[in-house]
Write a protein that binds this ligand. Structure first.
Ligand SMILES: [Fe+2]
Length: 595
């Protein structure tokens, strides 16, 4: 169209301002150059038409703006396969029966409007395709580093869209995941004992495991062959979700419990700013699970990404986003309850292997003294008492139990890193001794117990710790005060788990509420409840009082720099897949065995 002289004058000013500022002039810019809103309206109708006319008349004046826009828009060009994850929303079932392998499992959330930039909204208004991004790229790069070095496979569990508007969009997942679409699965069977599923959970769900222990995965085959019937209840489950939680369920009276574990995810949090969204944002965990399979067993460990650089630690090795690794000592390790006398020497062998690998700087011992010889649990069980004293002579009386525990303790110390601080966490079983003294039960007990009971009463009266005086007279260990805090990398470690708020019994919900990031023990049952990681035990299965179905698992836990936590479940005497297929007896395994 031909411009009038007045239009040409306005267009010239508009182009000059664009060239000078590197952006389109606003109404205020034009007004300061003498072009009022009315003038624009009278001569062009609106600002958009003025812009079009100016660009046509003086295209070179807009080069700077064009360059800037191109730079912004280039990464957002819609990909030909931008709807690749449509297939992920359906069923992708992968049935395997691996006898060998290493896997990294995590969940991915779809992108949401909250991931859109202002430009994206403008593009959407113009009817253009928008590809938002939410992948936590540094963490994803660190995963690739792990996969390459460990010849591992990645499993991505796609979570569903959780905002109504999102469900109408074809572009759900970050386009950078397109080339990894073969890793997507909604059901992934590792072997008859472990399966990962995407259960269409809402990412805001407070506890993703709620109700899912009902899922037993394998059904009766109908053959009723001996051995087949147990498959139904025994398969452990990995659930794709933005939180990292874990629970354990029993599977019978004499079989290993099963695990239900949610993954954490590799996509950044984006939740609405309301009650539900804010809580979900708080609990969002950038992380995943590492699974090692050999034969019929598996080992599973959690990782959490450093939110700044994406790195994570597995078994004392930090995997960085730039492809490098670094050996890193654990800042602390909590040992599953030991209960010397009931301890499992094979499990301790696995623990000492772990010590060699992660070299913990601080080692927390839980329930190190069992106190079977004076336990109130056995007070009226005369027959059980007699059998225990006959079969495990060191439990016959308190002096014998102390002497045996001291030997075991010194053996334990000899396997710890020489420079490690060892902490005897204030625990309930060692306290059984003081309860025995407190109640004066030693008056009517056997002579050795009567003598030591009197001595202990006096020591307690003087403010001394009778067990420390006998087990650790040279103070190799730090004996913790049950009312003190002890934080390692922000994780509260001085919680055995028996004490709750205001003198009540402890539980994981209360521990998490009170301490936030915390590592506990006591239940002998590993679990993860938000920031509360609970270790298991290091003992034989039966202690004389825990009959019937069990959730006890041999398990310890470590804390690394940045507060990253990892639980180590000990299976077949080891916390990780042995390098060689025929595992040798650990060299440093103690020769001590419960007699
Ligand atoms: Fe215990």
């Amino acid at each position: 169209m031909l411009l009038t002289p007045k239009q040409k004058e306005i267009v010239k000013i508009y182009a000059a301002l664009s060239k000078k500022n590197g952006e389109y002039p606003t109404r205020a810019d034009l007004l300061s150059s003498g072009i009022s809103r009315d003038k624009v309206r009278d001569h062009f109708g609106n600002m958009e038409k003025l812009k079009v006319a100016s660009r046509k008349e003086n295209p070179k004046s807009f080069a700077k703006i064009d360059k800037k826009e191109l730079a912004t828009l280039t990464p957002k060009i819609p990909h030909a396969l931008n709807d690749f994850t449509k297939e992920a929303i359906g069923n992708i079932v992968k049935e395997n029966d691996f006898k060998e392998g290493t896997f990294f499992i995590t969940a991915v959330s779809p992108t949401s409007y909250l991931d859109w930039s202002e430009q994206d909204f403008v593009r959407a208004e113009n009817g253009e395709d928008v590809l938002a991004e939410n992948l936590f790229e540094p963490g994803f790069a660190a995963i690739q580093n792990f996969l390459k070095r460990n010849k591992a496979e990645m499993v991505l569990l796609p979570m569903p869209a959780h905002v109504k508007g999102l469900q109408k969009q074809p572009q759900h997942y970050d386009p950078k995941l397109k080339e990894f679409r073969k890793s997507f699965a909604t059901e992934y069977t590792f072997n008859p004992h472990l399966k990962a599923i995407e259960a269409h959970l809402n990412p805001q769900q407070a506890n993703p495991i709620t109700g899912l222990r009902r899922l037993r995965v394998h059904k009766y085959t109908g053959s009723y062959e001996k051995g087949q019937e147990i498959k139904r209840a025994k398969t452990s489950l990995i659930i794709g979700h933005s939180k990292q939680m874990m629970e354990v369920s029993p599977t019978g009276n004499a079989s290993h419990p099963r695990i239900v574990h949610s993954t954490g995810c590799i996509t950044k949090p984006s939740y609405l700013r309301n009650r539900v969204g804010m809580i979900a944002n708080e609990d969002h965990m950038l992380g995943g699970l590492i699974v090692e399979v050999r034969g019929d067993v598996f080992w599973m460990r959690q990782v959490q990404f450093d939110v700044y650089n994406g790195s994570f630690v597995d078994l004392g090795t930090r995997y960085n986003a730039n492809g490098s690794i670094a050996i890193e000592r654990a800042e602390a390790m909590k040992i599953g309850d030991i209960h010397f006398g009931h301890h499992d020497q094979r499990a301790l062998g696995g623990l000492y292997e772990l010590f060699d690998l992660v070299k913990p700087k601080r080692i927390y011992m839980e329930d190190l003294f069992d106190a079977t010889s004076v336990s109130h649990h056995l007070e009226k069980k005369r027959l059980t008492q007699a059998i225990i004293s006959r079969d495990m002579k060191y439990f016959a009386d308190l002096p014998s139990e102390i002497a045996y525990a001291k030997e075991c303790l010194e053996d334990f110390w000899s396997h710890c890193p020489k420079d490690a601080d060892i902490i005897a966490t204030a625990s309930n079983h060692p306290e059984h001794v003081m309860r025995y003294v407190e109640e004066g039960r030693y008056f009517n007990d056997c002579v050795p117990n009567r003598v030591i009971g009197h001595e202990m009463w006096l020591e307690g009266y003087r403010g001394q710790n009778p067990l420390q005086l006998r087990l650790d007279p040279k103070l190799r260990m730090i004996w913790s005060d049950q009312n003190a805090d002890d934080y390692v990398e922000g994780v509260q470690m001085n919680v055995h788990g028996h004490l709750g708020t205001n003198g009540s019994r402890g539980n994981k919900i209360g521990h998490e509420l009170a301490h936030g990031d915390v590592m506990t023990a006591h239940s002998h049952t590993p679990s993860i409840f938000h920031g509360c990681f609970t270790v298991g035990h290091m003992t034989h299965e039966r202690h004389g009082y825990n009959n019937g179905p069990s959730t006890w698992i041999l398990c310890c836990g470590a804390v690394y720099k940045g507060g990253m936590k990892q639980l180590y479940m000990i299976v077949k005497g080891t916390a990780f897949k042995p390098k060689h297929k025929k595992s040798e007896t650990p060299k440093k395994n103690s020769s001590r065995k419960p007699s």
